[in-house]
Write a protein that binds this ligand. Structure first.
Ligand SMILES: CC(C)(COP(=O)(O)OP(=O)(O)OC[C@H]1O[C@@H](n2cnc3c(N)ncnc32)[C@H](O)[C@@H]1OP(=O)(O)O)[C@@H](O)C(=O)NCCC(=O)NCCS
Length: 330
């Protein structure tokens, strides 16, 4: 079984398991023709592409991830993907153990997988990975129950430049809450970064941030991206006009009283008016409020990101020493 045969079977399987997956792999970079790992066992095969991604600690992206992500992109063919993946993970681990500082919280190992192609999941668990983050999709024609009615007195309005401190405060609350679940990283310069990002958004002609108020008191925040700004995420879904729901947050005291549903309905109405075919959003799978909420609102998983963070666990330090000793002796 050669590289091309594995890639073709992989693509054929994906198109049958999920019609909303794109035809070409959004994760494959220009070097996708040269895999880093290839394992063939009997009539099964797997390819692995190792990619390193780093963001600056002064960038807005640094708030949502580890500064360094080592990503493994996978393609499978044949009936025994797990066995092939086990060997790829063994080789990748050897590389990570040699190159990444053990216990570094700002270095994560990430394996993105199409959510409906569970091949290899058990092997990922065996190697210390957990499904942490999901890119969820809601097709425009999805029928979903409306959710609880909002309390009377709730008003949704576009945020204005004068709302900067309120918007940053609500966003910081969302970050603190989501940080428990693995991707969000609380940073000392978070307020500064959030303020700069929000100020840019509030300066736009067409509103992208909305505030829910109860009797004049701000208690909910919604941020969206229209199709003109979603080029970065559109390749992940088979849809032409894509909206992105960047964030939704409701103050703790006001939760479960319909404010989140009202903000989500508002976002979906804006997306419908702009002719969006599908809406995407990221959420942390272990978040006990967002996961049930989004799936009640008509979203479902499209891509699942398996994380191991730190990429190399502290107790692997000894393994690294043993590795390098073995290399020196051989
Ligand atoms: C997720 C969040 C925005 C929801 O806001 P909310 O104001 O509590 O939402 P609502 O009151 O409209 O709906 C919540 C309840 O209705 C349920 N629900 C919502 N839509 C539903 C639907 N269509 N059908 C059935 N149930 C539904 C939810 O599961 C939830 O149930 P619970 O109260 O029993 O837990 C809020 O909990 C929050 O801010 N969480 C912390 C921050 C966060 O995680 N944000 C999302 C980041 S991706």
């Amino acid at each position: 079984m050669n590289t091309e045969a594995i890639a073709t079977e992989h693509a054929t399987r994906l198109s049958s398991v999920d019609p909303l997956l794109p035809h070409s792999d959004p994760l494959a970079g220009p070097d996708a023709a040269h895999e880093d790992f290839r394992v063939i066992i009997g009539d099964s095969g797997a390819l692995g592409f190792a990619v390193r991604s780093e963001v600056d600690r002064n960038s807005g992206d640094s708030l949502w991830r580890a500064l360094v992500e080592h990503r493994l992109l996978l393609r499978f063919a044949g009936p025994q993907p797990g066995e092939c993946l086990a060997e790829i993970l063994r080789q990748w681990d050897e590389y990570l153990t040699d190159t990444v500082r053990a216990g570094d919280w700002d270095a994560a190992a990430v394996v993105p997988r199409p959510s409906r192609d569970p091949a290899g999941s058990a092997e990922l668990l065996r190697h210390g990975f957990a499904p942490v983050r999901v890119l969820a999709v809601r097709p425009a024609d999805r029928l979903a129950a409306a959710g609880p009615p909002a309390e009377p007195g709730v008003r949704i309005r576009p945020a204005e430049p004068g709302d900067l401190a309120t918007a940053v405060g609500l966003y910081a609350e969302l970050q603190r809450y989501d940080a428990e679940f693995g991707s969000v990283t609380l940073r000392a310069n978070a307020t500064e970064l959030l303020t700069a990002g929000m100020a840019r958004e509030l300066d736009r002609h067409e509103p992208t941030i909305w505030i829910a108020e109860l009797y004049g008191r701000p208690l909910g925040l919604l941020q969206i991206q229209y199709p003109a700004d979603t080029g970065w995420i559109t390749p992940y879904v088979s849809a032409e006009r894509v909206g992105y729901l960047s964030s939704l947050h409701v103050a703790e005291a006001a939760r479960s009283s319909g404010v989140g549903s009202a903000l989500a309905a508002h976002a979906h109405q804006l997306f419908d008016e702009s002719g969006v075919d599908a809406v995407l959003l990221h959420h942390a799978l272990a978040n006990p409020t967002s996961t049930p909420f989004w799936y009640g609102q008509g979203y479902r998983p499209l891509w699942t990101y398996w994380h191991r963070r730190p990429a190399v666990l502290a107790h692997s330090e000894r393994a690294a020493e043993t590795n390098s000793l073995r290399k020196r002796l051989s």
